[in-house]
Structure formats: C-alpha cells, structure tokens
Design a protein around this ligand. Structure first.
Ligand code: DQA
Length: 149
C-alpha cells in the first residue's frame, strides 16, 4: 500500500515570500516544503513536493500520482480557475485529493470564486495561510490506514 503523498504547486508559487506578501505571507516555498516533510515524517508519509509554472508539468505529475500516490494535495494557483486539463487529469486519480489555497479566494476578486478543481476534490482548504498545507496533510493521514496517527 502506497504511503506517498504528492504535494503539487502551480504557477507563481515559486515566488512565495516575495509575491504579494500581504496576501500570501512571508514564508518561502522551501519553508512550506520543509514543514510538509517534517509533518510527513511524523505521520509516516513519503512526500513528493513539486512546483511548476507550466500546466503540462502539473498534468504529468498528476498522471504519476495516479499510479503512485495514496493522496494528492494540490494548490493549482491560477490554474484553479481555468484549467480543464488539470481537472481532467485529477478525474483519473482514485485517491483523496485536497485542494489548498493560501488565501481565502472567496474574499477576493470574483474570478477567483470558481474552481474547476473543487468538483473533484475530497476537501478544500482556503485562507489558512501556508499552514493549510500541514492541515491538509494531517487530514490526509486520517483518511489513510497506512499513516501513523
Ligand atoms: C492561490 C489563489 C489563486 O487565486 C491564485 O491565482 C494563486 C494562489 C492561493 O494559494 O491562495 O496563485 O491558489
């Protein structure tokens, strides 16, 4: 039974910490990755953490996750709001899928209120800052019998 959790991040999240810090905070993506790895180790989960600005790379990782992952945590960033390719790829994953947004997208511009991904997500986390990734990971662990805790 796989204990691998894919944590995927979409465009512009490589600039976390520099990018609109009043919205996304001061932590950089490497801090988020380190936190996820620490919490993953605590829960007995193997973390594959990726970020890309290219839609096709995210689609390819979702295809890999389809074969190898016990769960997918994804912050599709702007692709959330228009990528049918990411929706279609996620539709082929049978495992739990948690959609994460650092900001509360529902408090922001109208175009951020719609997500293509939510239709296939097991759960959606928005507005918990970068802490949302850890919360998602802890929730995933509760869904997986192979996780600790
Ligand atoms: C985001 C919200 C999206 O609307 C935005 O395009 C992002 C980040 C978030 O984490 O709050 O790039 O997904």
């Amino acid at each position: 039974m796989s204990n691998t959790v894919f944590i995927l991040n979409g465009p512009n999240l490589n600039l976390l910490g520099k990018r609109e810090p009043h919205i996304y905070g001061h932590e950089i993506l490497a801090d988020v990755e380190a936190d996820c790895r620490r919490v993953g180790a605590e829960l007995g989960l193997d973390i594959r953490f990726h970020q890309s600005n290219r839609e096709y790379e995210l689609v390819d990782w979702i295809h890999e996750a389809r074969e190898a992952a016990a769960a997918v945590i994804i912050n599709p960033a702007a692709f959330t709001h228009y990528s049918i390719a990411i929706l279609d790829a996620l539709k082929m994953c049978d495992c739990p899928i948690i959609e994460v947004h650092i900001s509360n997208v529902h408090q922001r511009e109208e175009f951020r209120h719609h997500s293509y991904v939510s239709a296939v997500a097991t759960g959606v986390m928005a507005g918990f800052g970068t802490h949302g990734y850890q919360l998602a990971l802890r929730h995933v662990a509760r869904l997986l019998p192979q996780a600790i805790g």
